[in-house]
Design a protein around this ligand. Sequence first.
Ligand code: OGA
Ligand code: ZN
Length: 391
Amino acid sequence: MNSPAAKQQFGVGVQSLEQNERSIKVTWTDGKVSTFHYLWLRDNCPSGFHPSTQERLFNLTTVSEDIHALSSSFDESSLYISWSELEHKSVYRLEWLYENAYSPDFKATSESPVTPWGTEIMESLYEVQYDDLMREDSALYEWLSAVKKWGISYVRNVPCTDQGVIDVANRIAFLRETNFGKVFDVQSKPNPINNAYTSEALPLHIDLINQETPPGYQFLHCLINDSKGGESTYADGFKIIEELKATSPGSFQILSTVTVPMRYHDGETDIQTRHPIINVDEDGRLVELRYSPHLVSTFDMDEDMMDRYYRAFRELMVLINDDRFVISIKMKAGDLCIFDNRRVMHGRNAFEASGSHSGSRHLRGCYVDRSEFESKLRVLNRHYGKAPSQR
Ligand code: OGA
Ligand code: ZN
């Protein structure tokens, strides 16, 4: 008793249905075809979700794995299924089915939400004024979209107070606390517990690779930078990995599969993990780079891998220090840099510590994790536009 194909509000309707043994095939009026498996449909029946929380209440084990449709039909807004078990009936909104379809016609490669960069980014480095960011949600949305895309941005004229960096980060979400505290002060200190708290140069690195999950977005707010030297350096790890994959696929393969130990330790802590240095998801998309010359620990892979691994690692190091990828910026008081700490490496040139010379340097930093950043971006996207696709 299917009604004739009809367009509905979102612009596409059902052309026809075909009930098969374990799934139903939907041909849409735009010509696309999708298969929905019975277990998937039953598990996603809207009646199985709490009306307020929208979280699932349904327990899949209350039906058999052979549950199937006894009958099915559609109209301009919904698909209707009567099930073989418990006399249950389901109603699905067509728009919801279309949005959640998982067949090849719907898996066309979506545009990547990130744009890898080399030194050319200096011509268009995204900047926002602190006042705009704090006042306007639309400015916040534009900024987060840019940070998602480029993995780096500067905020200008952030008040030079202890609270400045926290206020900017809290515009997105709560902070990610680490063994260095909720907020950390990067200054040359007596008896430093890490290289950042010296006046030494810091080679490009990702912070805290020794954590099970390194912090997502890092905020570094410049309070004072009167020293000679101390320029900040950055390079896009994703751009460098793309280059490595293209020019040396064997090295990419090794660095993305072989795990290495990563460690930070001091008088109070000994935080260790092991991971590959390059991490990709099941579709081969880059998730993170975990590169830090000072936190990567003593390699311990099998004898027959050690030499190959070192050669691959060295190749990556050469690329990381290639002039085509590294940018350098001298921060001034009131500047704040945000960057995706699991993608964009940061470092600094050595500076002259106060005491021996008149200059001094003080950055104050904190982190917000990726989950919170992306949540904020999705919520703002409901009001301000179309966020890059995120899985
Ligand atoms: C750090 C760091 C950079 C700088 O604290 O982890 O990399 O410019 N600091 O001092
Ligand atoms: Zn760092």
